[in-house]
Design a protein around this ligand. Structure first.
Ligand code: FAD
Length: 618
């Protein structure tokens, strides 16, 4: 069947385009300037650190007519980029404008697709800067009301809340900014699991729960949130089994703890026939669970590409709903009895990161998690708990991975190795030797350090090759496919360093004073660390990559957001990374057992969903 769209375009003049999607796509349109018809092969760096997006863009009758991906590496990191491939080309073609908004949650891939169209316009003899026709946004407001529970953020914890609330009789509406369900939870390996009775774990040797509980309480050094930690340990299995039994979640295999060697079977993986570098593909599990929950009541619904921005409150300050904006500009006022905040923390909010953390980190996480849920909670009078806990960090790499072809994969591996190598001179942001006692990356001052080399060392690497200690200098899953050869002359070292400097991964200084200025540290301290030797230095920046922030709203054991005076805001809940501070403590890394953040999505989601449903039933 053919779909006919008539779109009013306003470039320099108003034009009419008729697009026919079907076997023989036909266009009757004129774009800005005279473009030469043709199919243009273009490429752009996307999100994946393994390679670029290559595409054929067709231009016909002065209009953008078709976009075909010929090679891409975005699927290396899983399902995150797929909505951009599904929606972005179609929308750019429909709008005939590069002003088309990026797809939320897949911004980098969207921008690469946009760049491909821009390059094709230029190759066809046009001027891409003239193709930014403003896209008119809608201005109407839609009101939805009568919901028992509104869930803000349909990632892991939001979906568990949605399912539990629906199953306990509530009518539920879910708000999700991305064009897909699952959030960051769809990129994880899996949750910590204790005492599950599910078939998949029938032979499991789970750690002793009393031991896990007391280890946890000792770690946070307080019993203030003991009731919540109790739920995380003693009821973890029961709650995860609930989602396995009622919403079709599947897991397979057990993994040992990061930190505690005796806990050999502590966390598990989502079960999937396919996987990507970030873990098993699992969006289908979240889609399936939401479909089951949605079908429980005909009023239940959710919307993608709908971004919540504030709570709606009545005159007395009580929460009565959520305001949100759809990607096309339509405003939504959604009214309900309870609101569950599940937006995944604040790693995407530069201001909050600057205020609460020791410095910015790089991140492999969704930057759509920009603190909206936490700030909504605060706006309703909610308090925060341990907001300044260091973020979850398990990976190091150069800060600006080169995603284009400026270097070959092997050259990228050498560049990264200069930052990741173990036994070279590591200097912290204060110009001192990096404390060798640091075992958690989140304890590194400012979350990054420099590995410093002299010109003499670089000359030796060029003539004789890298030494043996570079052999294992690879990043945990952020490697870029290349390999490092030791002991072979590095004839292309100058080119590697040049590119490294262009992308601010390597800094060159002709004196200690210059290096101190680059690092931003005290010159005398740095001079002492470097033994006062004046020479040319190269500093490779080694940066932490965070998974998510940890601190969030203060909540009680029902996941009700608490005010400063400790009283609950009866109809407001915080789950997932929006409240994970209650399981942790400032000054120590995120509970390092393994899989605890993902387990918290199940535990907090179960508790919030059931509490919210029970409160409306009273
Ligand atoms: C690569 C990677 C691997 C990881 N692996 C593990 C692991 O194996 N085990 C583990 O325990 N932890 C892991 N983590 C940590 C992970 O962040 C948490 O486990 C978990 O996903 C957090 O769940 P959540 O529900 O809080 O956030 P998410 O699942 O990210 O859900 C938040 C949702 O809110 C949406 N949202 C944000 N703002 C808005 C808004 N304004 N309006 C509407 N929607 C909004 C987001 O789009 C998202 O869908 C990993 C993290 C990363 C980045």
């Amino acid at each position: 069947m053919k779909k006919i769209l008539t779109i009013a375009l306003c470039f320099a003049m108003v034009l009419t385009l008729t697009l026919v999607y079907g076997d023989e796509t036909a266009y009757s349109a004129a774009g800005s300037g005279d473009l030469t018809d043709g199919t243009y092969s273009v490429s752009a760096a996307g999100y994946s650190w393994m390679g670029m997006i290559y595409a054929d863009v067709t231009i016909k009758d002065n209009a953008l007519a078709d976009f075909v991906v010929t090679e891409e590496h975005e699927s290396y990191t899983g399902e995150v980029a797929q909505p951009a491939f599904d929606l972005m080309p179609e929308r750019i073609i429909e709008n005939q404008s590069l002003d088309t908004d990026a797809i939320s949650g897949a911004t980098v891939t969207s921008m690469a697709i946009k760049s491909c169209f821009a390059q094709a316009i230029e190759a066809a003899g046009g001027d891409a800067s003239e193709w930014y026709t403003e896209i008119e946004k809608k201005t109407d407001t839609v009101t939805l009301d009568g919901y028992d529970v509104i869930v803000v953020g349909m990632g892991g914890s939001g979906i568990m809340s949605y399912c539990a609330a629906a199953d306990h009789g509530a009518t539920v509406f879910g708000i999700e900014t991305c064009a897909k369900l699952g959030g960051q939870s769809a990129t994880t390996t899996g949750p910590m699991i204790l005492g599950s009775k599910a078939e998949a774990f029938k032979d499991a040797q789970f750690p002793d729960m009393d031991e896990v509980y007391s280890t946890w309480i000792d770690y946070v050094g307080s019993e203030e949130k003991a009731d919540i930690i109790y739920e995380c340990v003693y009821n973890n299995g029961e709650y995860i089994d609930y989602f396995i039994d009622n919403f079709g979640f599947k897991f397979a295999g057990l993994i040992g703890s990061f930190e505690i060697a005796e806990w050999k079977e502590l966390w598990t993986r989502y079960n999937s026939e396919t996987r990507n570098v970030l873990g098993p593909n699992k969006t289908f599990q979240f889609d399936n669970a939401v479909a089951i929950a949605k079908a429980m009541n005909e009023k239940n619904d959710y919307m993608l590409e709908l971004t919540a921005d504030e709570l709606i409150m009545d005159e007395s300050g009580d929460v009565i709903g959520v305001h949100a904006v759809y990607y096309d500009g339509t405003e939504y006022e959604i009214y309900g009895d309870s609101v569950i905040l599940a937006t995944g923390g604040y790693i995407g909010n530069h201001e909050m990161v600057k205020t609460y953390l020791e410095g910015p980190t790089q991140t492999v996480a969704f930057t759509v998690s920009d603190g909206t849920g936490i700030n909504m909670g605060i706006s309703a009078g909610g308090a925060t708990y341990m907001l300044a806990i260091d973020p979850m960090i398990h990976i190091l790499q150069v800060p600006n991975m080169i995603r284009n072809d400026d270097l070959t994969p092997d050259q990228k591996a050498v560049l990264s190795a200069f930052a990741l190598v173990a036994d070279e001179k590591k200097i912290d942001i204060n110009g001192k030797d990096l404390d060798p006692a640091i075992t958690h990356y989140s304890d590194i001052p400012g979350y990054h350090y420099y590995v410093v080399y002299t010109q003499e060392q670089m000359d030796a690497y060029k003539a004789e090759g890298l030494t043996e200690n570079f052999a294992g200098a690879m990043s945990f899953f952020l490697g870029q496919g290349g390999t490092i050869e030791t002991g072979a002359p590095l004839e292309d070292l100058d080119a590697i360093l040049e590119v490294g400097m262009k992308y601010n991964n390597i800094f060159k200084a002709d004196s200690i004073a210059e290096l101190a200025a680059i690092i931003g540290c005290d010159e005398a301290a740095l001079s002492e660390t470097l033994g006062g030797t004046e020479t040319t230095y190269y500093a490779a920046d080694c940066m932490s990559y965070a998974y998510a922030t940890v601190g969030g709203l203060d909540v009680d054991v029902n996941m009700n957001v608490l005010r400063e005076d400790g009283t609950p805001i009866e109809n407001l809940y915080g789950v997932g990374q929006d409240s994970q501070g209650v399981c942790n403590v400032e000054g120590k890394p995120y509970t390092p057992w393994g899989g605890q953040a993902q387990a918290w999505t199940f535990v907090s989601g179960y508790l919030a969903g059931t509490s919210a449903a029970a409160s409306f039933a009273d």
